[in-house]
Design a protein around this ligand. Sequence first.
Ligand code: NAD
Length: 321
Amino acid sequence: MKKALVCGAGGFIGGHMVKRLKSEGYWVRGVDIKEHEFCDLPADDFVVGDLRDPRVVESVVDEGMDEIYQFAADMGGAGYIFTGEHDAGVMHNSALCNLNVVEEAVRKKVGKIFYSSSACIYPERIQMDPDNPGLKEEFAYPAGPDSEYGWEKLFSERLYLAYQRNYGLEVHIARFHNIFGPEGTWTGGKEKAPAAMCRKVAEIEDGGTIEMWGDGEQTRSFLFIDECIEGVRRLMESNFSGPVNIGSDEMISINSLALMAADIAGKKIHINHIQGPIGVRGRNSENSMIEKELGWRPQQPLRVGMEKTYAWIDDQVKERQ
Ligand code: NAD
């Protein structure tokens, strides 16, 4: 039986990965600084521990473990990443997790490791156009991310690749583009745009008004969680290291995203545009590399994932009321 460690298993993507690996017959240990908020994880072992502490990392990585999935990071949506207030913590906390995990993976001769990077590593200067044709992997350099979160991700990509070069660790890296779906953060300031739009629409009556940061013409693409997990598993089974984009290339403005949530809910809404952190103007995934290397690319329409996500968030809102 294959043995895997999922770091950040108490979070959104890590929690879904635990379920996927269990369904494939793995023995799975999860580790996170907190329990999962939204579900009972089927992990064989779950450790509440801080990966910034090398002693914790030493205790959760077993000798010769087959796979590690490293999702732990200090992160959140635009309200967390772009205000500047959390910059030092974001860099310090995430870098420490990565430094500790990669070192221990080599020491314990782990079979292979997955690292979750982000579209936030791409230079700000090539994302000023809302009609962005897509971010190819090679556009990462010369570097110029728009947030310290992005700089830490770029540093850690290089860290894992250096360990692969110098110590022979098998490394696989994906740059996620806005992953969304049920059992993710949907309120409290760390939620991302799809969850925020679903919550805002779920909270109002038909004909009500939602607030939105900026003019809403900024564009993004959003990938449903199931396709993200599928992409990661395929990447781990391949002999390709990456970094490779795992994202949708169906780009949409935030205004249209809100209207899609409203349409799913069967509500008419008004949008009140207010000042707030918005990040780059246009961002889209470019998927020719994943197609070439893995013979696979995400294809599910955004609407399908938004319907599932809206239903889940609507339930959360009702439960809280
Ligand atoms: P998440 O916040 O739900 O999960 C991250 C988990 O890491 C959290 O449960 C958190 O408690 C845990 N963590 C943070 N610091 C820790 C520490 N010191 N020790 C132990 N655990 C710690 O986020 P997510 O959306 O599941 O993202 C997973 C990974 O994917 C992150 O590395 C993130 O940067 C990356 N990513 C996500 C997206 C996205 O759209 N969700 C996009 C790009 C990249």
